[in-house]
Design a protein around this ligand. Structure first.
Ligand code: DP6
Length: 350
């Protein structure tokens, strides 16, 4: 699948464009392709202090998901009179195009130009599977568009740029296990790697339970977070949880990791369920997976759960146990499919 995606780069890089003419007139406007992986948050981002700049209320911690990826090609074209966004071969219009265009406006402002862009993107993972595609989407777009327009941003500034498209995208720029420091302003709110992808043999078994589109997406959810009386409580000790999680990863202490990851996920869902209006993302089968994994852990199996803004459960397990846990999960009611992901690299040019 990934090979297939990558083979398509040359075809869509060449489509509708005369390279000789382009390189004579404006050598900076070459098509550029980048790939990025989604990530799963162990310590969650939920709520912004500045929604427009996507400055979060708390720092967060995640792992990039290898094997799942977004491949994006961006080409700025002086002949265009608006941005074009093609996703999985379909021309996108409406709010999704507007979000991409607003992001490209920011890229244009950094490069001091007003040239519109043609963006083509593909995911190798299904929509609605409990994997935040906006993270890999805006990380890949930040990398492709910034290079295509002639900016040469370092990792920190790429992460800051990706953050403007989707907060969690800031964490898909660096390698492996990644911390996004909330920072105090746009300048210092960026993500960095705390350890490389090959540091710890974790596996994420993503249990797909329901692929119905979300009734309220993450962006809408962040805006509601502060309406929950539990949000101040969630935030009160998030620094301690992040430290415990970082330390657990660095010393590979699965038990400590499991405890804090589940606590943080449950705190976020408590906030979601008590916001106004309330957000109930789970289906009954979500609870069944959580209950079973907890029971297995009590029996000594190194597995734990985390759930993003949706019903599907990410089961984190040490790789030696992945096959056995995967087989048990497949037996549970409502598990439609299990996607397997390993710690992944950061975003890169193709
Ligand atoms: C529950 O990054 O998707 O997955 O910035 O509005 O695009 P936007 O939100 P997004 O929020 C992610 C929320 C989460 C937790 C997390 O990934 O930290």
């Amino acid at each position: 699948m990934i090979g297939l995606l990558r083979n398509q780069i040359s075809s869509y890089s060449n489509r509708g464009i005369n390279h000789n003419e382009l390189s004579m007139k404006s050598p900076e406007f070459q098509p550029i392709s980048a790939v990025a992986h989604p990530n799963i948050a162990f310590i969650k981002y939920w709520g912004n202090r500045d929604q427009e700049l996507r400055l979060p209320l708390n720092s967060s911690l995640s792992m990039n998901l290898s094997g799942l990826e977004t491949l994006t090609t961006a080409r700025f074209d002086p002949a265009l009179d608006h941005d074009i966004f093609i996703l999985s071969g379909e021309n996108v219009v409406g709010p999704a195009l507007e979000r991409v265009s607003r992001f490209l406006d920011h890229v244009r402002s950094l490069a001091n130009t007003n040239v519109y862009a043609h963006v083509e993107s593909q995911n190798n993972f299904p929509a609605g599977a409990g994997i935040a595609s906006s993270a890999s989407a805006f990380a890949a777009l930040a990398m492709a568009a910034s290079h295509a327009i002639g900016l040469n941003l370092d990792e920190k500034d790429l992460s800051r740029l990706a953050r403007r498209g989707s907060g969690s995208a800031s964490r898909s720029i660096p390698n492996g296990f990644v911390e996004w420091q909330a920072g105090t302003s746009d300048a210092d709110s960026f993500a960095f790697s705390i350890s490389p992808a090959d540091y710890w043999d974790l596996v994420d078994l993503i249990c797909v339970l329901d692929t119905t589109p979300k009734f309220v997406g993450s962006t809408g959810g962040h805006a509601l977070a502060s309406s929950s009386p539990l949000q101040p409580l969630r935030l009160a000790h998030v620094k301690d949880r992040l430290e415990q999680c970082r330390k657990a990863i660095l010393v590979k202490d699965f038990e400590s990791f499991a405890q804090v990851v589940e606590e943080d996920s449950h705190l976020m869902h408590a906030v979601m369920r008590t916001s106004n209006p309330p957000l109930h993302y789970w289906v009954p089968e979500t609870e069944i997976v959580l209950w079973n994994v907890l029971t297995w852990r009590k029996e000594g199996v190194p597995a734990c759960c985390t759930v993003d803004a949706g019903p599907n459960v990410h089961v984190l397990v040490l790789s030696d146990y992945a096959a056995a846990v995967g087989a048990r999960l497949a037996e549970l009611p409502g598990v439609q499919k299990i996607l397997k992901a390993y710690p992944g690299p950061g975003a890169s040019l193709v």
